[in-house]
Design a protein around this ligand. Sequence first.
Ligand SMILES: Cc1cc2nc3c(=O)[nH]c(=O)nc-3n(C[C@H](O)[C@H](O)[C@H](O)COP(=O)(O)OP(=O)(O)OC[C@H]3O[C@@H](n4cnc5c(N)ncnc54)[C@H](O)[C@@H]3O)c2cc1C
Length: 508
Amino acid sequence: MTVAGMPVSLAATPVPVGLDVLRRPDSSRPGDVAVDGPEGVYERRRRALSASGVVPATRPWALVRVRTPADVAEALGWARRCGRPVSVRSGGHSLSFTAFREGAVVLDLSGLDSIEVDRGTRTARVGAGVTSLALAQALHTEGLAFPVGHKATVGLGGFLLAGGNGWNQGVWGSAAESIRAADVVLPGGPAGSAVAGPGTHRIDRTTDPEAFAALRGAGPGFPGVVTAFELHLRPRPAVVRSVAVFDGRDVAEACAWADRLRESVPPEIELTVYLAPRGGQHAHLTDGSTVTVSATAFCASPAAAETLARQVLRGAPESALRIDRAPTDIPSMLDAQTLPPGLGMAAQQAWTDTSYSTVVPPLLATVGAAPSAHNSVLVSSASYRRAEPPARDMAYLPLGTITVAAYAAWAPGQDDEANRAWPGQVLDAVRPWWAGHYVGELDLRRTPELLPSCFRPGVLDSIAAVRARLDPDGLVAGPLETRADRSVAGSAGQPLGVTEGPPHPQAS
Ligand SMILES: Cc1cc2nc3c(=O)[nH]c(=O)nc-3n(C[C@H](O)[C@H](O)[C@H](O)COP(=O)(O)OP(=O)(O)OC[C@H]3O[C@@H](n4cnc5c(N)ncnc54)[C@H](O)[C@@H]3O)c2cc1C
């Protein structure tokens, strides 16, 4: 028999028949399996686990594309029978490449892409593989909205589990605060234990408050496979985006203005300072200049958004090279940020409690030295300036008043290692002001020691307790343990995607 073109015998560990592998081994249709092999289907799908064009050398054992919760349960049971750990992929944007688990069965959930909207109750039921843009577009046509992430292709699965810093966070809160419930396939425990056997569970505030807290912020440490989220929706806002572009020499004046805005404008204004090399990925905002202050107003009516935008720009410094103001909407803002496909990607993030004037100037030199023109730094107070205090009954809480996130994006093979290292160098420039980190934007392969500083005291212990209860033998709850992969991709390790991984067991 062949699987994905490879001769295999799976007699001892039968593949779940529901996954179609035995009938359509080389099929591109969803629900099939590619087992590790040197090239061909397996390697193409392994690389496609990540949106990055440069991926770790880590080799999972089998890649399973699922279409239904039943597929997920069956694949978990199969992995257990095979003695294999499991990792999960929704949108493939993990900056720690957590789906790439050595020797694991990887569940690719990108086929779980259904969106059902109930306008009456302002609720959406959304598959874990849905992307930011797909959800934003579906809601836009219904006159609704959700705080999706700022990049079109980010998957809801990983974004919501990490906490989710989305649009209009000042008013809507983090995206995870808008999760009402989730359908989760739990791996069960070993035969004979109290939780034996995989099965689907609805997790919400009442069915399992501790698991619900972990669902909203544990990130890759969540010990189950979410197949669908039930989300609280908002009325579609009117949006006006204002930008003021500055030469790097005027950074002090630009930041002083941004700090004044931070203190004075209402939370309906999402305030971000972008730093990008000339011609970089925010060129549509920056004209290729280096410092851009962006203020996006989310209001109930176009007139209110326009008034707020005018108010913001009234105090803009005269040194601004360009000042613009234009109505827009969430899908358009997502579309505008699309980079060419296939670029390598890396990032690091830190929270700080200081000001734009403190953290932005030291970042400028690192942006000037960026090895790729697509690299950028976002410095934003959007997640902090809030209409209401953030929910505290969940694992995620922004740990500072400003986030600094450095993103590298580059053509594969062009300075791979320099680009991978660059986000860390950016963050080092503001290390004295670090107040914590966000698990969704860290590269935990390079900096696993930063994991504890992603959470308030006690939260990691609470997550560990949920993991021990719902996944007692660690079938799924493993990706936070990045130790096994450090020799491949740690700071002193081999370059991503250039070398092959260590020897791995073949299906035989
Ligand atoms: C270009 C870019 C822009 C970004 N912008 C933002 C932003 O605006 N705001 C923000 O908050 N974050 C942002 N992020 C970070 C992003 O939210 C995280 O990387 C997130 O993990 C991506 O989710 P994913 O499903 O695409 O990733 P994946 O790589 O598919 O998933 C990451 C990990 O999360 C876990 N996971 C994912 N889905 C499931 C599931 N259904 N069940 C169980 N576990 C699961 C798994 O451990 C998985 O390996 C951005 C990242 C990139 C690369």
